[in-house]
Design a protein around this ligand. Structure first.
Ligand SMILES: Cc1cc2nc3c(=O)[nH]c(=O)nc-3n(C[C@H](O)[C@H](O)[C@H](O)COP(=O)(O)OP(=O)(O)OC[C@H]3O[C@@H](n4cnc5c(N)ncnc54)[C@H](O)[C@@H]3O)c2cc1C
Length: 448
């Protein structure tokens, strides 16, 4: 579907940015209560990260996908859905907001609205290590996205590493699609959440399903172990796997030959749009900045709401629930106590996940002087350490002195690592332009 006018859609009540579980639930809930809703997503299909899928693919592989697709169809009948539209900024004029998007062919599109729901999800949080820039090394989310979105199995002999329960669906998915998964190396202890009440309530089945899939494909799951280096002439040929102490210092190492490594250390919530509108943030349990919301998903800025990962990573069920709550609240409907209680319980589970799978400081001992921290600007660890020795006291001054985070990705990939190396908690991102855009789209801002 496209907007009635290519450049400015008629004003609507609510624009939802993000077509994952949070955004679709929020948009549908608000539309069912009579609001005029536009949902915008940069992807080619609704789904977000968890429900990423191929057109016409069998839907049994992803639990809940059929239900999500029904929601998506219902939404399409009641609201305008703009796919392939990247939102790069939101401006305010009195009590009206204008959401500025760009289409894949560079056309600017602006949508005026009264309320905005930010449901932009998260992206992978990688850590640098020697060789992480070799072809064949992917983020865990990247490998998962290739598989779900394109049916592409990232490699033949795959190692999965990092920390967190997300490693399990990645390994199970790759093994199920025909890859030989040589092992999952979890840097923390794997069973830390086994007795959590929310796991007992609903997540246990999902976790058991991944466990079974891994057992069926004989995928070893090793705790307190991590991939600390990748090796290869032109592309990945082997990795060094280390046994770690509780702080992730190396106790012993061995090499594992492989052609692909999928590695992930959690997620970075995407909060740029909210930060630029002046929304307050708070540190999540893992220290990542997230948008502060009240019990109705309202941010600290009038007319701006947030749901799903931008308010804290907690999985797709919590994202959908928060979307529903936001949809009700924007429409002025009461939020039933049962939803609020469920949200509190799931949020507590999300926080328990962060405590169970922290990033420990010992990873910095895996680095060598020539390990690239920022791949866009090719900044090695030595330059970051030189900036710190020169007196840089935070990630921002390291960036000014050594340039990490100044390239194409604007610190999305290296920002967390640079903050850790500078000895500070990651700060809210300042990216007035939330997505890369053409100069034409930027110039078009003047006309609205
Ligand atoms: C790469 C990746 C893969 C993941 N895979 C899984 C998985 O397989 N299993 C699992 O349990 N969990 C997975 N997760 C965790 C997952 O993010 C959540 O469980 C769930 O999808 C969160 O839902 P959400 O609605 O908050 O965000 P998402 O599902 O991430 O949806 C956010 C949507 O917003 C869109 N968007 C973001 N910014 C903009 C913008 N500026 N303009 C327009 N559109 C925008 C994105 O395209 C995306 O479709 C993954 C996370 C990542 C980062």
């Amino acid at each position: 579907m496209s907007a009635p006018d290519d450049r400015v859609s008629a004003a609507c009540d609510l624009v939802v940015v993000g077509g994952g579980p949070a955004g679709v639930a929020g948009a549908l809930t608000a539309a069912l209560r009579g609001l005029n809703v536009v949902l915008v997503d940069s992807g080619a299909r609704l789904g977000g990260q968890y429900f990423r899928h191929q057109a016409g693919a069998a839907h049994t592989a992803t639990p809940g996908l059929d239900r999500f697709l029904r929601q998506g169809r219902a939404l399409g009948e009641r609201a305008e859905v703009l796919l392939g539209h990247q939102v790069w900024t939101v401006t305010r004029d009195g009590d009206r907001l204008t959401v500025h998007c760009q289409t894949p062919d560079g056309r600017p599109v602006a949508i005026r609205c009264r309320d905005l729901l930010i449901a932009t999800g998260a992206h992978d949080r990688p850590l640098p290590f020697p060789g992480w820039d070799l072809p064949g090394v992917l983020t865990a989310g990247g490998a998962q996205a290739l598989l779900k979105g394109n049916g592409v199995v990232a490699g033949g002999r795959v190692v999965v590493g990092g920390t967190g329960p997300f490693l399990l669906p990645v390994a199970a998915g790759l093994a199920g699609a025909g890859a030989e998964v040589l092992g999952v190396f979890e840097a923390n202890g794997g069973l830390a959440l086994a007795r959590h009440p929310v796991l007992a309530l609903g997540k246990a089945g999902e976790a058991a399903g991944y466990g079974l899939a891994m057992a069926r494909h004989r995928v070893p799951y090793r705790t307190h172990q991590a991939v600390i280096a990748a090796h290869g002439e032109r592309e990945l040929e082997a990795v060094t796997v280390a046994r770690l102490d509780g702080d992730w210092n190396v106790l012993a190492t061995r090499e594992v030959a492989c052609d692909t490594l999928a590695v992930g250390y959690g997620f970075v919530p995407q909060i740029e749009l909210g930060v630029e509108l002046g929304c307050q943030t708070r540190p999540d349990a893992d220290g990542m900045p997230v948008l502060a919301v009240d019990g109705r998903q309202r941010t600290t800025v009038d007319g701006v709401w947030a749901a799903g990962e931008p308010t804290g990573v907690g999985g797709r069920h919590l994202a959908e629930l928060e979307g529903r709550i936001a949809g009700l609240a924007v429409a002025g409907a009461p939020v039933p106590g049962v939803l609020a209680r469920r949200r509190r319980r799931m949020r507590a589970f999300g926080e328990a996940l962060h405590h169970a799978y922290p990033v420990k400081p010992g990873w910095q001992s895996w680095l060598r002087d020539d390990t690239l921290v920022c791949r866009c600007e090719e900044v090695p660890v030595a330059r970051v350490r030189a900036a710190l020795a020169l007196g840089a006291t935070d990630a921002r001054s390291v960036k000014l002195l050594a340039r990490p985070g100044m390239g194409w990705c604007q610190g999305r990939v290296c920002g967390y690592a640079v903050a850790c190396l500078a000895g500070e908690r990651p700060r809210p991102p300042r990216r007035p332009i939330a997505q890369p855009i053409s100069l034409g789209a930027l110039a078009d801002l003047d006309t609205h």
